[in-house]
Design a protein around this ligand. Structure first.
Ligand code: AMP
Length: 497
């Protein structure tokens, strides 16, 4: 029976939903910040909401973590800030302390070229005095949890009179967590003449009611996900790993599958640079390809990749659009793509021309929800596997060596080498000892390998950190977060007496 035909190569120059940041009418300072962060083009939610927000509309955006929603609402908010002001102009409500610090961090990075724009995270569990001092210093963008923000309002330490933009991030989660009253209080206290922005993974009736009561003619933006069939000949696997262990996981998978050629996708130019450097430091031959490189340099890299002059091409989506290489063994999603379409576009570069290919995706944290949505929209099963243990990698390597040696022994005679072996045998060593010593001499030293549990995400219900001595907020690292131990020694040595 004829094998099913691989889908024809499709290499559009740009995908709807991804536009250059330069086309959005942003200030030079913001464009510089976006470039510094290594973002090459917008994500779909950014392309759809940034222009509306810049025009001053109220917006309801439906999108999940990992869609780039934070930058989508932060960029226009930063653009609207007047650095001369002394009180909050933008108020961002978030459900958790972690999100407050994450969003404040993103604001900080995006505003890094805007002189005098300051932001502060305000959340429960931290000292009031410090937050009060920071607010008094004059923070333009306040990112906080509703409970702590209303506390500050009650103490008259948070002045909302100059707020022009109010953003509710993960609005559905905030309602689920019981913040409705606090949210209502904040929305009522802010000036009526303002822009109100809601971001939520789901737009449930309670969210709709909140939007109706507190916004004006809000534009709803929902990124429709299209169902796109995954390539039939690609073996698709994902690995759920701890964020800090992504590189170890990748290294081990490269060893395990004994990969000789592949493209590794990252979302930003930074990540491409970092990963390419790390791969080279590990002894792989890798080159980088991203939109920050000059065209002749990109062409040179592409051409040498086609000639198989190196093993791994680390690339962003934009730069990789022109990749036309037919027999890729492997595609790795080191960072998760934004949606199912991007995913299919990336992995469609392997498994072409009737050959079997493999696509590996590394997933960490909340990325698992995006992975599930990618699986739904590609209507393919993407297998979950555990990162192989160091022992599994070693055993696979030994099997490969065994096969290679057996092939050699069957194929030919080795007069020169035989002489050397006979000299050693005359010294009284056994043939097994001689063979083992030779193998040891030619086997590369295994690199220090972290324990499997330090890479794989812990099973459900097990927390990566444990509380220390019952003190709230004080955490101790788990034992298996330790740096890796010494590499195992090769088998027993020693001479016969
Ligand atoms: P979020 O959905 O806001 O949690 O964003 C997920 C991650 O994507 C964050 O680490 C952002 O820094 C990153 N990100 C946001 N926009 C872009 C972009 N246009 N290109 C590359 N990375 C982005």
């Amino acid at each position: 029976m004829a094998e099913p035909k691989a889908p024809p190569p499709a290499e559009p120059q740009s995908r709807p939903g991804h536009v250059p940041f330069a086309s959005l009418g942003l200030s030079p300072e913001l464009l510089k910040a976006v470039e510094k962060l290594g973002f090459e083009e917008t994500s779909p939610i950014q392309a759809a909401t940034i222009p509306l927000l810049m025009e001053g509309h109220d917006v309801v955006g439906q999108s999940q973590t990992g869609s780039g929603k934070t930058a989508a609402f932060c960029i226009p908010a930063i653009e609207r800030v007047d650095p001369a002001g002394r009180t909050a102009q933008v108020l961002i409500l978030v459900p958790t302390r972690e999100l407050a610090t994450q969003v404040a961090d993103e604001v900080h990075k995006l505003a890094s070229f805007k002189k005098g724009v300051r932001s502060v995270p305000i959340y429960g569990g931290a000292s009031y005095e410090r937050q009060f001092a920071e607010l008094k210093r004059g923070a333009h963008i306040v990112v906080g949890t509703p409970g702590r923000l209303t506390d500050h309002m009650g103490r008259n330490t948070l002045d909302l009179s100059a707020v022009t933009t109010l953003i509710l991030d993960e609005a559905d989660r905030m309602l689920d967590m019981g913040f409705r009253d606090d949210i209502e209080k904040i929305l009522a206290a802010a000036p009526a003449e303002r822009q109100t922005v809601f971001f939520s993974a789901t737009i449930s009736p309670p969210i709709q009611a909140l939007v109706r009561r507190h916004s004006r003619d809000a534009k709803t933006v929902k990124i429709e996900q299209r169902v796109v069939a995954g390539p039939p000949l690609v073996d698709q696997i994902y690995y759920e790993v701890r964020h800090h262990a992504k590189f170890d996981a990748l290294s081990r998978l490269i060893d395990f599958y004994d990969v000789k050629s592949g493209v590794i996708f990252c979302n930003t130019q930074h990540m491409v640079e970092e990963l390419a450097d790390a791969l080279v430091a590990r002894g792989c031959s890798a080159e980088r390809l991203h939109g920050g490189m000059a065209q002749p340099q990109r062409t040179r890299v592409m051409n040498s990749f086609k000639k198989k002059a190196f093993e791994f091409l680390v690339a962003t989506d934009v730069a990789a659009r022109g990749i036309d290489v037919n027999d890729l063994e492997l595609v790795v999603n080191y960072d998760l793509p934004y949606d199912a379409e991007d995913y299919v576009h990336r992995i469609g570069r392997t498994g072409r021309a009737g050959r079997k290919g493999r696509a590996i995706t590394l997933v960490s944290g909340a990325g698992i929800y995006k992975m599930q949505s990618i699986e739904r929209f590609t209507k393919t099963r993407i297998r979950r596997e555990h990162v192989p243990t160091a022992e599994a990698v070693e055993s696979r390597r030994s099997d490969a060596l065994f096969e290679k040696l057996r092939g050699k022994l069957e194929a030919g005679e080795f007069p020169k080498q035989t002489l050397l072996v006979e000299r050693l045998l005359e010294q009284g060593y056994t043939p097994t000892e001689v063979a083992a010593a030779i193998l040891h001499h030619f086997t590369p030293k295994p690199s220090a390998q972290p324990a499997a549990e330090a890479i794989d995400k812990p099973p459900e219900g097990r927390k990566p950190f444990v509380k220390h001595g019952g003190k709230p907020g004080h955490f101790e690292r788990r034992r298996d977060d330790r740096p890796p131990g010494k590499p195992r020694k090769f088998g027993p040595r020693g001479k016969r007496p």
